[in-house]
Write a protein that binds this ligand. Structure first.
Ligand code: AHR
Length: 659
């Protein structure tokens, strides 16, 4: 394709938007993989622990690493109990060596401890499933309760008979159904017991866990509302486990998939790269199950011998990590009688998972430059590529850098390109891949800085904003135009906690209270495009002026589809569009969906006020006697016209509270 970069940037400055006539051919164009959109998930901004992972107890097993010591964070005493961390000679497991000692302060009566969760807990009249491990001699009853931090009201409580022993750790499972819904999420979970039943004045506790019902009822599963909001944007690709999180801080603390599988008591946790210790509760198996439950296409990152501190694995020491990656792939998709596939079967999933895409490392062009990137190009990627394709010829192996990062990626490898930019930079993506021949994933993409504020030290915008979302739309259109070589585009990072984050701009925000789960302006744009997939693009004649667009057809439904974005931050003129498809007859009805934003392009969807600045307008447009669809798009808008979409009545969802 002809490069349009210079045309596009010149047109943005035009004083008036000209009418655009688009004539779409019936053949030619690019076949696509159909799999266009998705997201990267890693545990950043508590999007794993305290986020997608439904565990309600923060610091449930007092895990530590070289960078984060064990603490009592999240835990508090009740009725004068003395709480202390202990490394007993008989730990719960090799992985969980530190436990909580709860001692009577001398006075008789009920004592205990409580946990205030990940900045609160959502308590509803539904079944919570929990468990705690105890060591010590106690005859009596434990009370496990959910209660208000504000009023002390107990919403639900269950008696758990002690099976404790002074010689070994004993698990105490329980179920707890509150009798009322808590009015807010300022709640905690407590365990109490009667000091009269203690033989030695104290008990040791570990792995204290509590789950609400989870998405698809998976044990150790994910939060229902967050999974559903992810599902709602129609993703296809699911890239795990990062991001920087895959790389790790050092070559001895990368994300080791083997630490993230099996019983929770055998998971040591992870020295997270985002300034907090992670539990490894949301591990490889949980990711695989979520992928299956949501019907997603996995893109699994394997560690490639480079950590964030720049430490590079020498060539003669790389083979064990290649073997480890092959083991990981076998765990995911090997037969149930293979070495690692049998472990997966033991953990409850004899059927292999589907895995077609493996990415080698993450952003290897960044850490430890230039040595990191040079070693990647010279031996690390080629060695992984050869070994993975020798064992699994059908797997698409993806380099963690792109040809635009200066890598002539060896066949049959694919590239990965990341963009975190300003709206203008996102629009510049429109033709970036027009002349790139090697297939690429857009593995991370988002508008994160305002125009004119490109410096990383300038900080990220706190929420995706409408002007940024329109810029993203132009970039996505550019990627779709090249969808014979662009595998798909992934938003990153996808979600963040409103209570603690390291990366502000995310598609979805959440807190303990599900009422705060918020779809950003970007969500609406990506959801619209992901909900109308082509099977192939169709070539069209037109200027890109200042309408950026792509046209295509979905052969499964027979629908003709147009996707467009009007981006012109200095002028406010509407853009009249005359659109005709070869093969679409006069009188054909199409659904036109137009997303528009607030007068202020920096407007954003606010989790705390609930204001949604995105207006979604749906209408039916009918091709005239010449087969032309005539419509007009406002400045800073994003649109899809689809001849196969259901629902053709005119309706408009005005700005209002979040939906
Ligand atoms: O998405 C946040 C981070 O940005 C990712 O972990 C990393 O790959 C990129 O630099």
């Amino acid at each position: 394709m002809v490069s349009l970069r210079s045309v596009a940037s010149a047109i943005v400055a035009l004083p008036f938007a000209a009418a655009v006539t688009i004539t779409v051919s019936s053949d030619g164009g690019n076949a696509t993989s159909r799999h266009q959109y998705g997201f990267l998930h890693e545990d950043i901004s508590n999007s794993g622990d305290g986020g997608l992972y439904a565990e309600l107890i923060r610091n449930r097993a007092f895990q530590s690493s070289y960078s984060f010591p064990s603490t009592l964070e999240g835990w508090y005493s009740l009725n004068g109990a003395a709480l202390s961390l202990q490394n007993l000679s008989t730990p719960l497991s090799d992985a969980l060596k530190t436990s909580l000692n709860v001692a009577s302060s001398g006075s008789d009566g009920i004592l205990g401890f409580y946990n205030d969760g990940y900045w609160g807990m959502d308590v509803k009249q539904k079944k919570y499933t929990g468990s705690f491990w105890v060591k010590g001699s106690y005859q009596g009853i434990f009370n496990a309760s959910l209660m208000s931090n504000i009023t002390g009201e107990v919403f639900g409580s269950v008696e758990v008979e002690s099976k404790s022993s002074p010689d070994e750790w004993v698990e105490h499972p329980f179920e707890l159904t509150p009798s009322v819904n808590a009015p807010n999420s300022n709640n905690s979970f407590s365990i109490t017991f009667d000091s009269a039943g203690l033989e030695d004045g104290s008990l040791d506790f570990n792995l204290i866990s509590l789950f609400p019902p989870t998405y698809k009822d998976r044990p150790n599963g994910v939060r229902v509302d967050l999974a559903e909001v992810l599902e709602a944007f129609h993703p296809t690709y699911f890239r795990i486990p990062g991001g920087n999180m895959l790389e790790g801080l050092t070559n001895s603390s990368y994300w080791d998939w083997k630490n993230s599988i099996g019983p929770l008591k055998d998971r040591p946790g992870y020295a997270g790269v985002w300034n907090y210790q992670q539990s490894n509760g949301l591990g490889l198996m949980e990711y695989l199950e979520l992928s299956e439950d949501m019907g997603l296409e996995l893109i699994v990152g394997v560690w490639a011998g480079l950590a964030l501190d720049g430490g590079v694995t020498p060539q003669d020491e790389l083979q064990p990590f290649i073997d480890d990656a092959l083991d990981q792939i076998e765990f995911i998709r090997g037969a149930a009688d293979s070495t690692w596939g049998s472990l997966r079967a033991k953990y409850g999933h004899p059927e292999p998972f589907t895995l077609k895409y493996v990415e080698v490392g993450n952003e290897d062009w960044l850490a430890g430059a230039p040595e990191g990137w040079e070693t990647y190009k010279s031996y690390r990627f080629p060695m992984f590529l050869e070994a993975i394709n020798a064992a699994y010829p059908d797997i698409q192996v993806i380099s963690s850098g792109s040809v635009l990062d200066g890598y002539d990626i060896p066949a049959p490898g694919n590239g990965d390109y990341h963009i975190y930019g300003t709206p203008d930079q996102m629009v510049d993506q429109f033709d970036l891949f027009d002349n790139v021949e090697i297939p690429h994933l857009i593995g991370e993409a988002a508008a994160v800085h305002p125009n004119g504020g490109t410096a990383w030290d300038g900080g990220l915008v706190e929420y995706p904003w409408w002007g940024g979302a329109v810029g993203e739309a132009a970039s996505l259109i550019g990627y779709e135009r090249n969808s014979d070589r662009i595998l798909g585009a992934l938003y990153a990072p996808i979600i963040r906690s409103l209570d603690r984050w390291q990366w502000a701009t995310t598609m979805i925000q959440f807190a303990a209270d599900p009422a705060l789960t918020t779809k950003s302006t970007s969500f609406y744009v990506w959801e619209l495009f992901a909900g109308h997939l082509f099977t192939h693009t169709l070539p069209a004649t037109a200027d890109f002026n200042p309408l950026y667009y792509v046209t295509g057809k979905n052969e499964d439904t027979g629908a003709y589809i147009f996707k467009g974005a009007v981006y012109n931050s200095t002028e406010g003129a509407d853009v009249p569009v005359s659109l005709s498809f070869d093969g679409v007859a006069a009188g054909t009805a199409a659904e036109l969906t137009v997303l528009s934003g607030p007068d202020n392009p920096y407007g954003y969807n606010d989790p705390f006020t609930g204001v949604n600045v995105v207006t979604t307008t749906k209408s039916t447009v009918t091709a005239d006697d010449n087969g032309v669809f005539e419509f007009s798009l406002p400045n800073l808008s994003v649109a899809v016209l689809d001849t196969g979409a259901s629902g053709t009545s005119k309706r408009s969802m005005k700005r209002g509270r979040r939906s």
